[in-house]
Design a binder for this molecule. Structure first.
Ligand SMILES: Cc1cc2nc3c(=O)[nH]c(=O)nc-3n(C[C@H](O)[C@H](O)[C@H](O)COP(=O)(O)OP(=O)(O)OC[C@H]3O[C@@H](n4cnc5c(N)ncnc54)[C@H](O)[C@@H]3O)c2cc1C
Length: 177
């Protein structure tokens, strides 16, 4: 992103290749909007926020006044991904934000958030894939219990494997298949 631009401008310009929007979307960000006529309201930066190419739910007289990004918690892993033609200073071909929340002391995935840019007229959430979190974690719980006697796989390693499998690049390959 250019150094002189603002986070608010990057959200409000609603570009489908915004580098920030997939990260903000996967992080459960909410925005506070205000207008002289209708006062203040809060909207979540989720799949309903972008209504079309460079369009949002924000009304013409509303101004974005606050952006709230929740802190990551224990057992929560967050990462971003960007593929561009050049290594530095280039518009994304595809970019992504991914959040995985584990049950404490377990490899059970409680929540999975996957947001992608550059694939549609808006930044999108992979809602169907996100719903697959319980199936993915059951697969890993089974794998873990069957591997344990052989490898004594530590929990941290299994968590790493789950996070690796849920990497946006891996999900993207599945989606494009
Ligand atoms: C050459 C070029 C390359 C770029 N490459 C990238 C890139 O690789 N990745 C990337 O993510 N982005 C990229 N951008 C986008 C850029 O980084 C900015 O995010 C974008 O141009 C918005 O600029 P701005 O912050 O100055 O917002 P502005 O131009 O000031 O605003 C953008 C729009 O949002 C509205 N707006 C701004 N603030 C508010 C507010 N508080 N409330 C309501 N409406 C508001 C404005 O009215 C305007 O319509 C690129 C832009 C250019 C020109």
């Amino acid at each position: 992103m250019c150094l002189v631009q603002a986070i608010g401008g990057n959200i409000m310009t609603a570009s489908p290749i915004s580098d920030l929007n997939p990260l903000l979307m996967a992080a459960d960000t909410f925005l506070t909007l205000r207008s002289k006529d209708s006062g203040e309201r809060r909207v979540t930066l989720d799949h309903t926020f972008f209504t079309g190419y460079r369009r949002t739910v924000v009304q013409p007289r509303e101004v974005l006044i606050n952006i709230s990004i929740p802190f990551t918690q224990q057992n929560e892993y967050f990462f971003g991904y960007k593929q561009a033609r050049r290594r530095e200073d280039d518009i994304a071909i595809v970019n992504a934000g991914c959040r995985v929340v584990f049950q404490p002391n377990s490899i059970e995935v409680l929540r999975l958030d996957l947001a992608f840019g550059g694939m549609a007229p808006t930044t999108v959430l992979a809602l169907d894939t996100m719903k697959m979190a319980p199936q993915v974690s059951h697969l890993f719980i089974k794998l873990n219990s069957s591997l344990k006697p052989l490898l004594k796989t530590p929990l941290w390693l299994m968590k790493g494997l789950v996070v690796l499998l849920l990497h946006p690049l891996a999900i993207l390959c599945l989606l494009l298949k």
